[in-house]
Design a protein around this ligand. Structure first.
Ligand SMILES: [Mg+2]
Length: 163
């Protein structure tokens, strides 16, 4: 198994939206925790909110697919983001990613799956046949050592570049 994100970026704003549009991309499937929101905060930072607005203005469609099982939380996130949020998704399983494509009314090749976790977000997106974008987690410093260790391990599976 090899996880090969199409792009690896430090922050969402590094994503070249015009270039992706020219390549035929029309939508994004975002991970929630640590990708567009700091975990457990329910707070959308201004710069990310602005970036999401830019996407919408350009004509991109967006949806959030999260493995977070707490419905109250994912429902609240949907309200804050003003985007549909599918929770308890079980990524890297594809079932809910297919559902997201259905809701976006887009094909897999027209969508990029964006997330901070190689083995759930990126692996799922790769299996879906979509472009994948790995971003650095929004919050790193509060993580336990074991989580940091697991993240390092996970990154060992990552080989940036075209599929
Ligand atoms: Mg995440």
């Amino acid at each position: 198994m090899l996880v090969k994100p199409t792009l690896v970026v430090a922050t969402l704003s590094e994503i070249d939206l015009h270039r992706l549009w020219d390549e035929g991309l029309r939508g994004f499937i975002f991970d929630l925790d640590n990708t567009i929101m700091a975990p457990h905060t329910g707070i959308l930072e201004d710069h990310i909110g602005e970036w999401l607005k830019t996407l919408e203005e350009m004509g991109y469609k967006s949806i959030v697919v999260s493995n977070n099982p707490i419905k109250m939380y994912t429902d609240a996130a949907a309200k804050t983001l003003n985007l549909p949020v599918i929770g308890n998704a079980g990524k890297p399983r594809r079932k809910m990613l297919y559902k997201a494509l259905e809701l976006l009314e887009l094909e897999a090749h027209q969508v990029a799956v964006v997330g901070d976790r190689p083995l759930t977000d990126i692996w799922g997106g790769q299996r879906l046949g979509s472009k994948t974008i790995l971003v650095d987690p929004l919050i790193k410093e509060k993580e336990h050592q074991i989580v940091k260790f697991l993240r390092r391990l996970e990154r060992m599976f990552v080989h940036p570049g075209p599929h």
